[in-house]
Design a protein around this ligand. Structure first.
Ligand code: 5GP
Ligand code: ZN
Length: 114
């Protein structure tokens, strides 16, 4: 999708601090981190939200989750704990309509979130 910010990052056309990649997914630091570790994990292909990604099948959602878990280990938060969030739709505050998992960790995280 030509006007999509995260498609631009996936294509290398928009700079991002990439921390890990797999064949169909990429992980990069959030530009406005909300925790010491705040990484976004996306499929390279464009899906608007979690429902579309889940419907894609072929193990793509698994690949995103597996990459998130690997990043958690890289960031040193796997043992202490971390949160993975797919904000979906307006009530959840989704602002970028290319599905992304937020990986947050490195500090105590309150539950439930706001
Ligand atoms: P959402 O609100 O859609 O769940 O999350 C979008 C996230 O993308 C936000 O946390 C925001 O800080 C991040 N973001 C927005 N623009 C950019 C950008 O250009 N680069 C990076 N790395 N993150 C971005
Ligand atoms: Zn996109």
């Amino acid at each position: 999708m030509s006007d999509c910010l995260f498609c631009g990052i996936a294509a290398g056309e928009i700079p991002a601090k990439t921390v890990r990649e797999s064949s169909r997914a990429i992980a990069f630091r959030d530009i406005n981190p909300q925790a010491p570790a705040h990484v976004l994990v996306i499929p390279r292909a464009h899906y608007a939200n979690l429902a579309e990604l889940a419907a894609a099948g072929d193990g793509l959602l698994d690949e995103v989750a597996t990459l998130a878990a690997a990043v958690a280990a890289d960031e040193g938060v796997a043992d202490g704990g971390y949160r993975v969030v797919f904000n979906t739709g307006p009530d959840a505050g989704q602002t970028v309509h290319h599905v992304h998992a937020h990986l947050l960790g490195g500090r105590p995280l309150e539950w439930p979130p706001g």
